[in-house]
Design a protein around this ligand. Structure first.
Ligand code: GTQ
Length: 323
């Protein structure tokens, strides 16, 4: 009896669902969408021993002019077709050869550059050229004209981090090429308008925090880059960090809702991310997806750059961490 009754109810409900589906509605009580922290993205690493030779092959295959930007995008294996390394973040490895110039353009997404190899390259932001050296962190705010050039004698490689996914999500991804194949009018010399953090100064700051106190049990000594003019993150979506892990460091497990992209500057070690164990070396790039538990071990003194969507999550009140 009871069984018959519930079958009747089920078929009524089924008929109801079909009826409202025809009007582009769905019952909330049948929702199957994930309602838990975390994403489909998984932990992954791009090792310099692999990426470096591939970048040099790309240099032979295509000019920076042809390519516009000679970039290998680091796409999360669980986010195929997105070009993204986490659902909110883009990461790419850009290579530029001596004498090359990547054409001037602008787009609404904000970009950051973290220099990995080579000297003598610059990025120009609204006409102002900023020298880029390994370990430097440079910001290209959304909708500023920018181009890159290499005035040195060797290839230069950097990590591009962009908040493209935000622009896409909002339907606000605009881009345009600069009218002429030239740079915009250079700014008069004076106070730099570009946010650039030279590596020497970052290292000094890390040194000061290391002499000033004990390392955090999960993160070691970790500094968050700030815009000195505003005290805020370098741009509204992304927070960027540099951390130091002393040799022998065995970090405590932790997790947070911001997915993060790491670029190893110095040292060797490993990171456990969920069930994944990744050994890392200088210039390797790896991703810790949102809410995956992770912990670091340092086999040598390590210096590691990272960026994440924490700034956006904090602004929206979403950010959480656990350790
Ligand atoms: O250098 O402007 O990796 O526009 C992707 C899109 C770099 C850039 C990327 C871009 C750039």
């Amino acid at each position: 009896m009871a069984a018959e009754f519930s079958m009747m109810l089920d078929s009524d409900l089924q008929r109801f669902s079909n009826e409202i589906a025809a009007l582009d509605m769905k019952p909330l009580w049948e929702r199957v969408m994930r309602l838990a922290p975390g994403t489909a993205a998984r932990a992954a690493i791009w090792r310099w021993q692999d990426t470096r030779p591939l970048l040099m092959r790309a240099c032979e295959l295509i000019t920076a002019k042809q390519a516009e930007r000679r970039v290998l995008m680091l796409e999360n294996p669980m986010l195929p077709g997105t070009t993204f390394i986490t659902p909110t973040l883009y990461a790419g490895l850009q290579a530029i050869l001596p004498g090359e110039n990547a054409p001037t353009h602008r787009h609404t997404p904000n970009a950051l550059r973290f220099i990995m190899e080579g000297e003598g390259a610059y990025t120009a932001v609204d006409g102002e050229r900023i020298a880029m050296r390994p370990g430097d962190f440079v910001v290209t705010p959304g909708w500023t004209w920018h181009d890159h050039g290499n005035l040195g004698t060797k290839p230069v490689v950097w990590l591009d981090g962009l908040d493209t996914a935000f622009a896409n999500l909002f339907g606000a991804h605009f881009r345009e090429d600069h009218p002429e194949d030239s740079r915009p009018v250079p700014r008069p010399a004076g106070v730099s308008a570009v946010l650039s953090y030279p590596y020497e100064r970052t290292l000094e700051a890390l040194e000061r925090s290391a002499t000033g106190g004990e390392p955090d049990p999960s993160h070691g000594w970790k500094l968050r880059y700030r815009d000195p003019a505003t005290g805020r993150d370098p741009f509204p979506t992304v927070a960027a960090f540099m951390q130091r892990l002393p040799k022998g460091f065995a970090g405590r497990n932790c997790r947070s809702t911001d997915g993060a992209v790491y670029c190893v500057v110095d040292g060797k070690g490993s990171v456990h991310i969920g069930a994944t164990h990744l050994e890392f070396a200088p210039r390797d790039v790896f991703v810790v997806p949102p809410w995956e538990p992770y912990r670091f071990s340092a086999a040598a003194d390590c210096v590691i750059f990272s960026y994440s969507d924490r700034a956006a999550q904090e602004a929206l009140g979403f950010w959480r961490e656990e350790s």
